[in-house]
Design a binder for this molecule. Sequence first.
Ligand code: FE2
Length: 316
Amino acid sequence: MAPRVLSSLSFILLISLSSNIIGSHSLSHPTCAPPPPVVPVPIFSTDVDLLQFALNLEHLEAEFFLYGALGHGLDAINPELAMGGPPPIGATKANLDPLTLRVIAEFGYQEVGHLRAIKTTVGGFPRPLLDLSKHNFAKLFDQAFEHPLKPPFDPYANSINYMLASYVIPYEGLVGYVGANPNINGYVTKRLLAGLLGVESGQDAYIRGWLLERAEERVLPYHHTVADFTIQISALRNGLAKCGIKDEGLLVPLELGAENRTCNNVLSADANSLSYSRTPAEILRTVYATGDEHKAGGFYPKGGNGRIAREFLEDY
Ligand SMILES: [Fe+2]
């Protein structure tokens, strides 16, 4: 009986707490301020490393989107946020259609906001060295298809190639934020994480929706379709991360589709249609393209920055 009594008591306490909160607001004029936090600690020290870790991905997103749309990156838009980190390797303007260009420019500016929000809330570190060269993307796509694509894949050549390359990017942020969520405890840092996760998910959904409309088109001059590309990239990432299926292409076998009733897969999610989550180690294995969080490579030739990424590298 004891647990039942306890749970009834907590329910009553919760109701009285909420009615106090709601009551104190509804008696006065309408307000836009949120109710006071249940745990009045804005940032826990343990929140800091996890949110700073995300800067590695946010820097990657910022440079890829800004360069892709505008032909210049953070150093031209908001150089202080780079904190003296080296400029990215090989990033360049992509050959985008007008609508895609507008959306990618918006994504790029959003990433500047994400960097500012994280760095002003929990502090940060200099931009890591990023390899955004077409050569690096070509290597990744060759790895995904397990043979060299001929000619080598060029992410900047056209909108389809660029969106396929983008398929690689905000998804890592999305699953990383879902993974960090249970360990973020401050009310300010929770709010920050939710805000970042919301926009990151929106970017991923736009990219996936854009690609789904072209799922059956061939990615010229190759014989593979857009859907094939997404399936291969997701499979590669699952292999690198070494933690089962947490990444799904645009078409899936029925057993992976929503409620096992559809092969259509505009969003990548688990059996209950909840977003997958990844740990920092899983993310590093993937974005380093080495399958090893202790071994830098891929987009980060010298590894990520911040305590979490550096500790893995020092362990090696
Ligand atoms: Fe972001």
